[in-house]
Design a protein around this ligand. Structure first.
Ligand code: HPA
Length: 272
């Protein structure tokens, strides 16, 4: 595994001019942040040794290196979902590569179903914590001490400092944001009403099919994490309606400009 990570990192290093400070995983319908990255360099996943290939509609599959505001960034256009059939080592491989490149901070976005009754479709939820309900753990198996601890602490999986700054930005810009706990499940089915109710009762505010494995590996690697969900549908008792991938994409599109403003400004204000 270590050899593969280093091989991939070396391949990327040979192609880029500057090591990015921040990596950003662009979730469903949030790809337009790419338009704000200047001086862009694309590396298709298909060209990268050891990289899995993205299969789901709406994800194109490139690493993008460039300048976002005042920072060098690396963006993942398309991520690897567990439901696509990848194992957890594949899902989280890009995070290992980020760390091997020297990147210390990870920003993540995703689409999620809201379960907190105060949430509205199109809301931006700053993830304050998560509940891992995936059936496989990304750290199961041999632990490589050079990558991280056997038993990693998860008491502050999502950087309090970054959340605080994001709240300040949203406040200054008059953008409504909510905060909450993200429940990570394998999908690909959306939840039954009973499942939404259950996830809410155990402490979840939103549910989605990504992010948790990536965040676990980022924390194992000692990276700081900031993550946001766009609430694309509601799994709130009494008002549950049918959900489709198209609706999720549409709601994510609508939230995109607000989300982008927060992300851009957070990148700008970020200092190592
Ligand atoms: N459930 C799970 N994943 C999702 C949802 C949902 O309601 N909405 C967007 N991604």
């Amino acid at each position: 595994m270590i050899e593969k990570i280093n091989q991939t990192a070396e391949y990327i290093k040979a192609k880029i001019t500057e090591i990015p400070q921040i990596a950003i995983i662009l979730g469903t319908g949030l790809g337009a942040l790419v338009d704000h990255i200047e001086d862009k360099q694309y590396i298709p996943y298909t060209d990268i040794p050891n990289f899995p290939i993205s299969t789901v509609e709406g994800h194109s599959g490139n690493l993008i290196f460039g300048q976002l505001g005042s920072k060098r960034v690396m963006a993942m256009q398309g991520r690897f979902h567990y439901y696509e059939g990848y194992d957890m080592k594949q899902v989280t491989f890009p995070i290992r590569v980020m760390k091997a490149l020297g990147i210390q901070t990870l920003f993540v976005s995703n689409a999620a179903g809201g379960m907190n009754p105060s949430f509205k479709i199109g809301d931006i939820m700053l993830i304050t914590d998560h509940i891992n309900l995936f059936p496989e753990h990304p750290l199961r198996g041999k632990n490589y001490n050079e990558l991280g601890d056997r038993f990693p602490d998860m008491s502050e999986a999502y950087s309090h400092k970054l959340i605080k700054t994001a709240l300040e930005i949203a406040n200054e810009k008059g953008i409504r944001v909510v905060q909450g706990v993200y429940v990570g499940t394998q999908g690909p089915t959306f939840e039954t009403p009973a499942e939404y109710r259950y996830f809410h009762r155990i402490g979840g505010d939103a549910v989605g099919m990504s992010t948790v494995p990536e965040v676990i590996v980022a924390r194992h690697s000692g990276m700081n994490v900031f993550a946001v969900s766009v609430i694309t549908d509601l799994g709130v008792e009494g008002i549950i309606e049918q959900v489709s991938h198209e609706e999720v994409q549409k709601a994510a599109q609508q939230a995109q400009p607000r989300m982008m403003e927060i992300m851009r400004e957070l990148v700008n204000r970020f200092n190592v």
